[in-house]
Design a protein around this ligand. Structure first.
Ligand code: ME8
Length: 648
């Protein structure tokens, strides 16, 4: 069985979890779930980095000792991940005794082999980064991350002979082209390696910093925080003797952002080499999320807390947005508006609509039972099946390369092809002709299978939605227990087993809801209403009109013949209504009614309304509807009547 080991950085406990941490952790979770789906045995590690100056300073500012402070913030990280459906196997803390033992073991080993030596160093030190800087690395004399001038510091310390491994590291990266990816970060590391590599200072005198792991060979010193932290990736596996270390270390993949490329791309592989084990298999490096106010970072104080948005819009919508919006390796912009936009268009309109129309029609035409395949597949069916097949191929190739956005684009092309297939196959027309039953069976069965396939493919990204869809299609399985080989097979739904339509998978977010709780700059406008008659507001008398005036409104019965979305609009549908004569009517009901649900429906139309163009489409009347809060109902008659009758 294939094995797969994925890690996130262990996060500093000097601030609360934010969206950057959430992205890396969700990306690792998506990879982990993907590999499980493919049948691999997986191990997924995350945790917290708790030693060093930064933590001492943050604890002092909070007025508590470092350990209590670390306990509190570490618990916040630990509690955040399950709420985002992160399925890690282990949460490590650098204050865990086994970790501290592993760090001391490696220090002793490298010291014994002569790769750690004692010396005096004088240089420019940034307190924020906890490291010395070379002149070349500074930007206008300041630390590039903290925008502060470093201080000059001289210290007797222990050094790791990193320079000795420079040639080996360059050769290793050159002979393993995808060990650091995407390529731009591999090139960045290779370009660091063009200049002579300096040895790494790996100790801090206790009189300056006592919050760290004591050096096993000199108790006047504690370990430099990076030398301590990087070792978490093996200590969590029970290094040096644990069975997990032997099973999973050879397939290790780290996921980080570009800010910590150097410690991971240079310090860590040389440390591993010196300690006698191979470096990671892959280092996956992503870009930075920026908020509107600028780069988001703890030092700049502009943070978006994932937990504020996830419950508001749903964990799956939040996960989907992060994975769909960022091209792995490049920076991306985060905005709540963009999230809502994706939720409404990709999730509610495309996926939600496909699922609800498929299950709705199964309800209507087959009493909620999965039909068998009826007629032989025709050209349309074959092309939809081919689309599903090619989506699966893309998913298999793009996922291991971390091309999440491309994978999701491919799945959405398949969803959109299925939505188009519904419009072309027009099950509502087939349903009127008993002779077409076999064709109707095939069309619905095709759609049900596509929905099942989509549910399996999105499970690494949106586990809750995937489970919900599969459960309603009669497959009761936890997302983590799905296996592509058996659960992804075409045609395996059980004919006759029940399907449940259920609530909308993704209720649309109205602008007003999105902005709620936020101060608005402009006075609130009333929501546009689709009703002909507005309820008078409190204290306001509806203006009286004469019967004659009312009679001037020509209200007629009509039957909807065709319905489709108006391109470019979330709200509008174009209806073709039989009122004795055919009329084209544009109605603002797309958020509550899907086009196929409308065909054959009896409606009441204002027939003598002045013609108007709405989003470029001529409307020759108005359909009456009543709004009650978020629901909108069409006005109709007690039982179906002939089209064109006058309402009086
Ligand atoms: O560096 N966009 O911890 P840290 C995307 N303890 N990702 C972001 C981000 C942003 N704006 N901000 C943070 C440390 N991240 C060390 C790591 S590992 C042995 C030790 C994510 O709390 C991203 O994964 O500063 C980045 O690499 C990490 O948080 C830095 O977390």
């Amino acid at each position: 069985m294939d094995r797969f080991y994925i890690t996130t950085p262990i996060y500093y406990v000097n601030a609360e979890p934010h969206i950057g941490h959430a992205y890396t952790t969700i990306a690792a979770d998506v990879m982990n779930r993907f590999q499980r789906l493919m049948g691999s045995e997986t191990f997924f590690l995350t945790g917290t980095d708790e030693h060093g100056d930064k933590i001492v300073q943050a604890a002092e500012a909070a007025g508590v000792d470092p350990k209590s402070y670390a306990d509190r913030i570490s618990a916040m990280f630990r509690e955040t991940w399950p709420k985002l459906n992160v399925s890690h196997d282990r949460f490590i803390r650098t204050t865990d005794p086994e970790h501290m033992k592993a760090v001391q073991h490696i220090l002793q080993k490298v010291h014994d082999s002569g790769d750690i030596y004692f010396s005096t160093y004088k240089g420019l030190y940034c307190v924020g980064c906890e490291r010395f800087y070379t002149e070349k690395e500074l930007v206008e004399g300041k630390c590039p991350d903290h925008d502060r001038e470093p201080v000059e510091r001289e210290e007797a310390n222990y050094f790791f002979r990193m320079s000795r491994y420079q040639d080996w590291l360059r050769d290793h990266i050159q002979s393993h082209p995808d060990c650091i990816r995407p390529e731009r970060y591999r090139n960045e590391v290779l370009s660091f390696l063009k200049d002579p590599l300096e040895d790494l200072c790996i100790s801090r005198p206790k009189e300056r910093l006592s919050w760290g792991i004591p050096l096993p060979f000199d108790d006047r010193y504690v370990t430099y925080v990076w030398f301590d932290a990087l070792i978490n990736y093996v200590s969590a596996l029970g290094y040096p003797d644990g069975p997990l270390f032997h099973q999973f270390w050879p397939v290790a993949q780290h996921t980080i952002a570009k800010d910590i490329l150097k410690p991971h791309g240079i310090y860590w592989p040389t440390m591993a080499r010196a300690a006698g084990f191979p470096p990671f298999r892959h280092l996956n490096v992503h870009g930075y999320w920026r908020t509107e106010e600028g780069k988001m970072s703890k030092s700049h104080g502009t943070v978006v807390r994932p937990l504020d948005l996830a419950p508001l819009y749903g964990v799956d919508a939040f996960r989907y947005f992060l994975m769909r919006e960022m091209v792995f390796g490049l920076d991306a912009n985060f905005s709540e508006e963009a999230l809502v936009q994706r939720l409404n268009s990709d999730l509610a309109n495309d996926l939600g609509n496909l699922f609800s129309r498929t299950t709705g029609m199964t309800d209507r035409y087959f009493q909620g039972k999965i039909p068998p395949f009826g007629s032989e597949p025709d050209e349309q069916d074959r092309s939809l099946m081919a689309r599903m097949e090619s989506t699966l191929d893309q998913w298999r190739t793009e996922m291991p390369r971390l091309a999440f956005h491309k994978t999701l684009m491919a799945v959405w092309e398949c969803i959109n092809a299925a939505n188009k297939y519904v419009d072309q196959a027009a099950p509502w027309t087939l349903a009127k002709d008993p002779g077409q039953l076999p064709r109707l069976q095939t069309v619905l069965r095709m759609l049900l299978e596509i929905n099942k396939g989509v549910a399996v493919l999105i499970s690494p990204f949106m586990p809750e939605t995937s489970e919900k869809m599969l459960q309603r299609l009669g497959m009761d399985k936890k997302a983590l227990d799905l296996r592509l080989e058996e659960d992804g097979k075409w045609g395996t739904l059980e004919a006759g087993s029940p399907v449940h339509k259920g609530e909308a998978l993704f209720p649309r977010i109205q602008k007003e809801e999105q902005k709620k709780d936020k101060p608005s700059k402009t006075p609130a406008k009333p929501k546009p209403s689709g009703n002909a008659f507005e309820k008078p507001s409190a204290g306001e008398e509806a203006q009286s009109i004469s019967l004659d005036l009312f009679k001037q409104v020509d209200l007629r019965t009509g039957i909807v013949k065709e319905a489709e979305r108006v391109p470019g609009s979330d709200r509008l549908l174009r209806l073709l209504v039989d009122m004795g004569e055919e009329r084209q009517v544009v109605a603002g009901i797309a958020q509550t009614h899907s086009p196929e649900d409308l065909v054959g429906r009896q409606v009441i139309v204002v027939a003598n309304l002045k013609r108007a163009k709405i989003m470029g489409v001529e409307s020759q009347g108005m359909v009456l509807a009543v709004r009650d809060g978020d629901t909108l109902q069409l006005v109709t008659t007690e039982s179906p009547l002939s089209p064109g009758l006058k309402v009086s």
